[in-house]
Write a protein that binds this ligand. Structure first.
Ligand SMILES: Cc1cc2nc3c(=O)[nH]c(=O)nc-3n(C[C@H](O)[C@H](O)[C@H](O)COP(=O)(O)OP(=O)(O)OC[C@H]3O[C@@H](n4cnc5c(N)ncnc54)[C@H](O)[C@@H]3O)c2cc1C
Length: 498
């Protein structure tokens, strides 16, 4: 199948935009990507300052096979573009009582640790992993994750199997069936947080992630996650694609509700096909004329639940802390209340759970000699909380740093910080056009999944497609790469009548 001669404009250069750019350019289309930011990558951008290198967002590479498929779609080999280093453990999880678990794919080591929490939890590990494997097989290997779900019928036909697998249950409820100790329940149910979802509400289909991690590993790319963006960008350009950075799209132009092109801050790009990888709300609300929108009117856009947000604190240290692993999670005492505050009450929490990314534990080039490069990610409510982060962030950040030094036990932490910068929900909104600063887009929940998620093809405008976190199957590195396959499939079906 070919798209020879078709002009395609993709708005946004996140994982989804770049992966689709590679796929369509390989099919003969002439693809131009417009990116608002000064560099490609979306949430996976890089920050370099004072000898430290930081990945600004995603940090865990999972499902290398899904990544490899992007290179294969262009007839290339991933190993020619990218080195993947497997991590062990995948992450260390500290609980509020000081106990911890080194989470890995090693069955025996996992069982030994779970047994110290509750003897029955170790015994149930295999059964849980088997249920996770079955879900992963359905979603990834059998292709449900890349099935477009454009009609209600296509979703209903899958329902009996989904009920049998338990995928409609909330993730935490599903995990509770297997494990007794609250710590074990956390360990196997927190994964929806990685993609902006509420573990107590997101469907258990995300419980495929533990198997995805066990089977494919959790990896690091030297130089950080941004190496993956650089690899995708190089491949896209080698194939003849063009990226224009610092050039936001300002309007998707149409005639008789069919795309004609994209107006940017600097030019007009005629197009047969337009794909938005930008935030879902922003795409319709700000780029598509209200008169062209029958389905996605403002009122309907407002009714959607958008994901949580986060505060990121990028820190350069002049010493090392062995207590920290490459990936470290610190879980608060009242984790359930924290989740309620973030997702239901939209209140900024003062009971912290956080994730620390310390790539300098694996890759010395990320920090100054003897130092550490790290970020602290604190999940917070999106901007329905109406927080004025300009005023509030200093106090918020100081209390987190105080917690890390005085409660968590990073000795003299504040004295060793030689670089610090902070990224807040307001920055997600301003810099990347994320509505309400919701960093993961449309919240992954049952009523916003598959057919009920924004479709990969616009219902309002012919020739307009969507790709990325807010489309099917959803956020995360594997998820957004899979959205590119789904959107490619829909484009080819409609363009070629396949
Ligand atoms: C803090 C954080 C940590 C994460 N950690 C992980 C992780 O460890 N592993 C994992 O798998 N996933 C992780 N994720 C999720 C993952 O990063 C995202 O789901 C994924 O990067 C989203 O990709 P995307 O294709 O939807 O595009 P995005 O990254 O959302 O990029 C969209 C791009 O569109 C651009 N844009 C917006 N409006 C316009 C416009 N008008 N014109 C031109 N360009 C525009 C933006 O500037 C942006 O570059 C994390 C996310 C965050 C926020």
């Amino acid at each position: 199948m070919t798209l020879k001669g078709k002009n395609v404009v993709i708005i946004g250069s996140g994982f989804g935009g770049l992966a689709l750019g590679i796929r369509l350019q390989s099919r003969g289309a002439k693809v131009t990507i417009l990116e608002k930011q000064a560099a490609p990558g979306g949430h996976a951008q890089q920050l370099k300052a004072e000898g430290f290198t930081f990945d600004m967002g995603p940090s865990l590479v999972t499902a290398p096979d899904v990544v490899d498929q992007i290179f294969q779609s262009a007839g290339k080999k991933m190993s020619d573009y990218l080195e993947l280093i497997p991590l062990d453990p995948y992450y260390r999880i500290y609980f509020h009582d000081g106990s911890y678990l080194d989470y890995s794919g090693n069955t025996e080591r996992m069982k030994e640790q779970l047994a110290t929490f509750h003897p029955k939890d170790a015994a149930r590990y295999d059964a849980f992993m088997e249920s996770s494997r079955i879900m992963e097989e359905a979603v990834i290997k059998k292709g449900l994750g890349t099935k477009p779900f454009m009609t209600l019928k296509s979703m209903i036909s899958f329902a009996p199997k989904a009920i049998r697998l338990g995928v409609f249950l909330p993730a935490y409820t599903f995990v509770k069936r297997y494990f007794k100790d609250p710590r074990s329940r956390f360990v196997f149910s927190f994964h929806p947080l990685f993609i902006g979802g509420n573990p107590f509400k997101a469907p258990a289909v995300y419980q495929m992630i533990p198997w995805l991690e066990k089977e494919g590993g959790v990896h690091y790319t030297p130089g950080g996650m941004y190496s993956l963006i650089q690899a995708f960008t190089s491949l896209f350009q080698e194939l003849g694609g063009h990226i224009h950075t610092s050039e936001p799209a300002t309007r998707i132009e149409t005639q008789n509700r069919r795309v004609t092109g994209v107006k940017s801050s600097q030019s007009f790009y005629p197009a047969d096909i337009v794909v938005s990888n930008a935030d879902f709300y922003h795409t319709y609300h700000d780029l598509v004329d209200a008169g062209d929108r029958k389905k996605w009117r403002n009122k309907k856009l407002e009714k959607i639940d958008y994901s949580m947000s986060s505060v990121l604190i990028y820190l350069g240290l002049d010493r090392k802390y062995d207590k920290l692993k490459h990936h470290t999670l610190i879980i608060s005492k009242d984790y359930k209340r924290l989740i309620r505050n973030i997702f239901d009450k939209k209140k900024v929490p003062f009971d912290f759970s956080m994730y620390l990314h310390v790539p300098s534990r694996t890759d010395k080039t990320m920090a100054i000699p003897g130092g550490e490069s790290m970020y602290v990610l604190v999940p917070v409510a999106n901007q329905l909380s109406r927080t004025n982060w300009d005023e509030f962030s200093e106090m918020f950040v100081n209390s987190i740093l105080h917690y890390l030094e005085h409660s968590f036990g990073l000795e003299d932490f504040s004295k060793h910080i030689i670089y610090k910068s902070v990224f807040t929900p307001e920055d997600f909104q301003k810099d990347r056009n994320n509505h309400l600063g919701a960093a993961w887009g449309v919240e992954p929940k049952l009523t916003q999944s598959a057919y009920l998620r924004p479709h990969n093809r616009s219902e309002d405008i012919q020739g307009l497609y969507l790709v990325g976190a807010s489309t099917h199957p959803g956020a995360g590195l594997p998820g957004t790469l899979m959205t590119a396959e789904t959107t490619e499939h829909v484009i080819l079906t409609e363009t070629e009548g396949v």
